[in-house]
Design a protein. Sequence first.
Length: 288
Amino acid sequence: MSAVHDINRSIQTAAEKLTKTNCEKHEWSLALPGLKKRVGKLLLLLQKAMYPGVFGEKASAARSVEKTVFRYLRLSARQLSKILEDVLPGEDTGRIVSQFIESLPEIAERLETDIKAAYEGDPAALSEKEIMLSYPAFEAISVYRLAHRLYELSVPLVPRIMTEYAHSKTGIDIHPGAEIGRYFFIDHGTGVVIGETCTIGEHVKLYQGVTLGAKSFALDEQGKPIKGIKRHPDIGNHVVIYANATILGGDTVIGDHCVIGGNVWLMHSVEAGKKIFYNREESCAPSD
């Protein structure tokens, strides 16, 4: 009986301390129940709206596709509205929802270029359907492109939850603030990291384990990292970066038509048309 009493007393003490912490330091969290789960539901609804024949529950006849898309868009808008009411209380969330929904056709068009890049860039890919249903890169990139639009609309929390949701499913970590051009492909994907202030041009291909990251952080007078500064590299057009390469720094620029070999560690810029290997550098003519 004494052991049960001691356990109950410990539970009561811990409950009091946890309650005090939540109320004093994290009061905002009490207003966001189940936010991560609700964001996951939103992503699924958006995927169904953009690709009902791939992510929908049942096949749709051609004549009823628009009706199906409309239904999923309406559900998506409703779900996003409820989420934004929690993370942006008192704000004009209707305007944000409208702007986001209106941008979905453009996002879908960009994703079509990513699917094409995957199909043309991987000889093992037998169909676009296979890419959409089984490739972790498509999952991660599609979530990133949705999250990036919300990031552009200055929505807090939600874009990062979206990309971390994709990160947990695919092993690919893309910050929603990164700027990524069309025809983007990540082969295999596991362990890829793309930082917040990274920019990536068009027709870029990454392999597993690539890091586009920051050097040591600049600190303020309190010794805390300075936020809002350029920290991650810029990658040009028609660049290939092979497995486990690491490219760091906000002033690092990789020029167009470069090839960065596997396991390379770079903290300096590379002019256009160069091939960088682990222990040497050579020129390469841009392909037509």
